[in-house]
Ligand binder design. Structure first.
Ligand code: ADE
Length: 224
């Protein structure tokens, strides 16, 4: 997979791309990530990329031309263009799976008051990571990229993906490690029994219990 990100703040991605699983996925060529500065695509004086909103109001709005130029240059037949915006569709694990099958993602990050509305004409999906407003689309784009890259073949052990949270609309089961007792709290006996069926039943029951407790809304979802 190739991911091109368009941003006004390319340095925000330095740590994200150079640590842990994402770093390894890049080194092992499971994914190529290119971070592009939107200012590199403007033809306006002083590298201008935004301007005041027509009709008045606070903040600045990203202009069409730098974004259209960037996407014209980066886009191919295999691309899907994603815009990060708090008014987009809510990003969920199911969408992470869907996007993980694309060859090329172009992710557009806004800042300030957002984008000139006409930019949406060249966008395939608008995504929000949740019902809150951040200072820009950079952190949301990292959330989306992280969740997709870890699903790519060979990036992490596939077994870890099977029971993790949100698969089957259930949260993940709880895990324990050594020591057996810590500050008076013991590991559930069944996990030490070596009885695989009982362990599986315990874990399934825990997934249902935790989901009822923390995310009852997930149990009501039929299909989205
Ligand atoms: N930009 C600012 N807030 C955002 C959000 N919640 N999701 C996606 N992009 C955003």
């Amino acid at each position: 997979m190739k991911i091109d990100v368009l941003t006004l703040f390319p340095n925000m991605y330095n740590n994200f791309l150079s640590e842990s699983i994402i770093k390894r996925a890049i080194e092992e060529k499971k994914v190529v990530v290119n971070i592009h500065n939107i200012r590199d695509y403007t033809v306006y004086n002083n590298s201008q990329v935004d301007d005041y909103p027509y009709g008045g109001g606070s903040g600045m709005v990203l202009m069409c031309d730098p974004i259209f130029r960037a996407i014209d240059e980066l886009k191919s037949e295999d691309s899907i263009v994603i815009m990060m915006t708090p008014s987009g569709k809510l990003f969920k694990q199911k969408m992470a799976y869907e996007l993980s099958s694309y060859k090329h993602l172009i992710i557009l990050c806004g800042h300030y008051e957002g984008f000139d509305e006409r930019i949406k004409s060249i966008v395939d999906i608008q995504l929000s990571i949740g019902d809150y407003v951040l200072t820009g689309g950079e952190i949301p784009s990292m959330v989306v990229m992280d969740s997709i890259i870890r699903l790519l073949d060979g990036v992490i052990n596939n077994n870890s993906l099977v029971t993790e949270s949100f698969n089957d609309n259930l949260l993940d089961y709880p895990n324990y490690t050594k020591p057996y007792e810590y500050r008076g709290m013991q590991v559930p006996e069944v996990l030490l029994s070596g009885h695989h069926q009982n362990i599986e039943k315990f874990r399934n029951d825990e997934r249902i219990r935790l989901t009822k407790e923390n995310r009852p809304d997930l149990l009501e979802v039929k299909d989205e």
